[in-house]
Unconditional design. Structure first.
Length: 211
């Protein structure tokens, strides 16, 4: 069975094999015309993979990943988004707008907190989530690429701590003030470039900061 993104792969191969700079630019423009769009990206990463796997084994952690997937996908969908893929203990999704992404992220954190009340401590799931908005390549519903993807992944996987939601300033500015989404201004470094972002304040982590 041929992969859904075969045409995209063929276009990339044509680009890499083209030696004429102008023709290569035309190919790049064609790829962006066919697959490019502005979108909101949500990237989620589970915390504690190495420690939990070493202590309890891979089956233990795989069971946690499956619970995460079953929790996250319906929440993303209910907020108008689409899960593009689950990869290891990560989730990559597109959302209709930054507000929808933040609301979905908060719902995910609350749902996991509630779920953790029903499990032993060693089965508790904690995630960090990154959100960004910008130009991306949306490839046949199976993959996404672009700066917004990279920044959301960096914030969700490398910068954010357990139970945190980070959002780029560009995405935060698109959220209406009347939505009353609160954020703490921070700076993040992605690829050696420092840029402003926000730590979303929601009930759980606001309470923790007050303690």
């Amino acid at each position: 069975m041929l992969p859904k993104n075969l045409h995209f792969q063929e276009m990339l191969m044509g680009y890499s094999q083209e030696t004429n700079e102008q023709e290569r630019k035309k190919l790049e423009d064609s790829i962006w015309r066919e697959y490019g769009r502005k979108d909101t990206v949500l990237a989620l990463d589970m915390s504690g993979f190495s420690l939990l796997t070493r202590k309890y084994g891979i089956v233990h952690y795989l069971s946690m990943i499956r619970r995460m997937q079953l929790t996250v996908e319906p929440i993303v969908t209910s907020h108008g988004g689409s899960v593009i893929k689950f990869q290891a203990d990560n989730c990559f999704a597109t959302m209709p707008n930054p507000l929808g992404a933040v609301r979905a992220a908060i719902s995910i954190q609350h749902a996991l907190k509630a779920s953790n009340l029903l499990t032993a401590d060693e089965l508790d799931i904690h995630v960090s989530i990154g959100i960004d908005y910008g130009n991306i390549l949306f490839v046949d519903g199976v993959d996404i690429f672009g700066d917004a993807v990279n920044r959301a992944c960096k914030m969700g996987e490398d910068i954010g701590n357990a139970d945190e939601i980070l959002i780029s300033k560009e995405a935060m500015l698109l959220i209406p003030k009347e939505a009353e989404i609160q954020g703490k201004a921070i700076e993040v470094s992605v690829g050696g470039v420092t840029s402003p972002a926000f730590l979303i304040l929601y009930r759980t982590n606001v309470d923790e900061e007050a303690q």
